[in-house]
Ligand binder design. Structure first.
Ligand code: COA
Length: 226
């Protein structure tokens, strides 16, 4: 199985229509941009995690060293949403090579696996309830379709978030074998056929230039390929 390393398609930044006009040099940061994260983003990632998880439950999906670990090993499986230079939402993933998640999946990246394990999706507190989480997930799943070796995405979540991920097209696999402290999780998956890579100059690689929140709702699971 091919590794995705070295085959990562270009993630097209999203800029607002007004940010640059033809022939004009940009002097300001792009209003909005999606890009893979790198280790320099680790602190911003962890700050969002600290507020989202640690302040609530005392723990978080990825500790700072684990954030750095995955952003070093497989930055191409992460995606950040940056607005005016500020990280407002992110996803971190790694590759996994078994049907179901086990405890090893929390810390390991299996370069030859065909499953993307989505470790964490989080939106900065001040940007929640605006549809950003589903939009980011939608773009991430579209992006994964451009990676030829990826066949599916999996995640584990607390039961109350199952409806949220269902709206993004994920289906329930069953109880997750992993427990953390006294928390148990549902394991969910999303099929990714990978054929979009062959059509990289067609609609698959031209990530939608989101101009309206109308582009987000419930469409993530609707496949247009055959
Ligand atoms: C979950 C999360 C990513 C959603 O992102 P978002 O941009 O706010 O998503 P939306 O704008 O669609 O609205 C929030 C939706 O999230 C879901 N949600 C968030 N918190 C929830 C909770 N405590 N209980 C149930 N559903 C919840 C709901 O579906 C909600 O939609 P609703 O208000 O119509 O019921 C965001 O709330 C977040 O970052 N939370 C903290 C981190 C987290 O729990 N991440 C997921 C586990 S890895």
């Amino acid at each position: 199985m091919m590794s995705v390393v070295g085959t990562t398609p270009f993630i097209k930044p999203m800029t607002s229509p007004s940010s640059v006009s033809p022939g004009q040099r940009r002097h300001t940061l792009p209003a909005s941009e999606f890009r893979p994260l790198n280790t320099q983003d680790a602190i911003s990632v962890f700050e969002i995690e600290r507020e989202a998880f640690i302040s609530v439950s005392g723990d978080c999906p990825l500790h700072l060293d684990e954030v750095r670990h995955f952003l070093t090993l497989c930055p191409e499986l992460s995606m950040g949403w940056i607005e005016e230079g500020r990280l407002v939402a992110f996803i971190i993933g790694s590759l996994w090579d078994q049907d179901r998640l086990t405890t090893d999946a929390l810390t390991l990246h299996k370069p030859h696996g065909s499953t993307v394990h989505v470790h964490v999706l989080a939106v900065h507190r001040t940007f929640r309830q605006q549809g950003k989480g589903p939009i980011l997930m939608w773009r991430y799943l579209q992006y994964l379709r451009c990676l030829p070796s990826v066949r599916r995405a999996v995640l584990m979540c607390e039961d109350f978030l199952v409806p949220f991920y269902r709206k993004s097209g994920f289906k329930v696999l069953g109880r997750c074998a992993i427990t953390v402290a006294n928390l148990s999780f549902t394991e969910m998956w999303y099929p990714i056929s990978g054929h979009a890579y062959m059509r990289r100059n067609s609609e698959a690689i031209r990530f939608p230039q989101l101009t309206s929140p109308l582009e987000r709702p419930g469409t993530a699971g609707e496949r247009t390929d055959t």
